[in-house]
Design a binder for this molecule. Sequence first.
Ligand SMILES: [Zn+2]
Length: 163
Amino acid sequence: MDAILNQKNIYDLLEQVPDPEVPALSIIDLGIVRNVEIENGKAVVTITPTYTGCPAMDMIEVNIKAVLQENGIESEIISVLSPAWTTDWMSEEGKQKLKAFGIAPPVGKTTDKLSLLGEEKLVKCPICNSNNTQMISQFGSTACKSLFKCNDCLEPFDYFKCH
Ligand SMILES: [Zn+2]
């Protein structure tokens, strides 16, 4: 099979690779793909894990290779840990999809004042947009999420806190 080996084509294919934890989001939405190069007829994809030790990352590497292979593209995945991924890298579209999925998107910049002061960030309820929410548990359905509860609509929801 003659694969069209160019960066655009590879980015398009990477759009089809879902985040194992939030399948509504692609790894492009998450902003973890740092670079794509073509070297010796191979796609060299550089990614930055959402956080070290996130078990989902191994799956992402396997999924990238599988999607590219299905399209006749050999690939090599390089993990770069520095600079560390932050939720700021997530695309606006990604944050919207996260919300539509019922998970509160990460709030604000990682360098915002409240977080420097060590204060709790304001997490909006993805269901009714209320700011009147509270954290129930540090760990939600996976280690990357915290479990919150909305005090207005009383719905529990996950907050994506990987950073
Ligand atoms: Zn609510």
